[in-house]
Design a protein around this ligand. Sequence first.
Ligand SMILES: O=c1[nH]cnc2c1ncn2[C@H]1C[C@H](O)[C@@H](COP(=O)(O)OP(=O)(O)O)O1
Length: 223
Amino acid sequence: MADIGWGQLQAYEAYGRAGDKKEDFNIISYEEALSDKYSSSKHASHSMLFARNDAILWDLYNTRGTVLMQMRFDGLLGFPGGLVDPGEHPLESANREMVEEIGLDLNILKLSDSDHVVSFVNKDKNLVLHFYGKEITLSQFQEIELGNLKAPDYGSETLGVIRPPLFTMGDGYRGLPAFLSNSFAGNARQELLIGLQHFKLLSEDEIQEAVKSWLTFQIKNTQ
Ligand SMILES: O=c1[nH]cnc2c1ncn2[C@H]1C[C@H](O)[C@@H](COP(=O)(O)OP(=O)(O)O)O1
C-alpha cells in the first residue's frame, strides 16, 4: 500500500498508535499526575458518562447500565476526550472535549475534580492519561445520544456513540466479552473495566469472568 504519510497528524501519531498494552500504563495518583514531575509530559483526558439501568432484556439479561463510548475516526473504540492543550488543565480539557465530541451542554452537565477516577503514566510515550467518570440519569443519557449527531466533531473525529453490552450471554462469550475483543484506543479497555468496577456497575468477579472469557476466545481463535 502506498505510504500517504501523516500530514498534520505527524506530531500526534505516536500517542494514538494502536497496540498499546495494559502493562504500558502505570496507575499514579491525581496529585502526582498534576505535579511538576509530569509538567513536561503530554497529557490526555477521557471521560465515562453512565446511567444505571436495570432493564431486563428478553426476560434474561439485566442490562445493568448504559455507558457512553464512541467509535473514533481511526476505527478504534474509546471514550470522549483527547490531548490536553498547552496551558489547559486536564479537567478543562475533559469538559471541552465532551462539548466538541458529543455535543455536551456544560450548563447542564459538567465534570469536576471529584469525578476523577484514575490517572496513568505511559513512560515510553511520556504520556499521562486522566480518566473521569460521572453518573447521569437515563433520560440525560438518552438526550446526549440524540444530541450527538449535532456535535461539532461528529462525522470527522468521532463516528457515533455506542453502548457496550454489560451482560454476558448464554454461550459465555457474546455480550461484554465479545465487546472487549474490539480494538481500543490507548488503554480505553482498561479504563472501561476500572470504571465498571469503580462505579459498581459490575462486581469484581463478573468483570474477571468477562475478561477470562474474552481472552480464552482470543486464544482459541488464533490456534
Ligand atoms: O478512551 C481512551 N482512553 C484512554 N486513552 C485513550 C482513549 N482515546 C484515546 N486515547 C489515547 C490515545 C492517545 O495516546 C491519547 C490521545 O488520543 P486522542 O483522544 O485521539 O486525542 P486527540 O483527539 O488527538 O486530541 O489518548
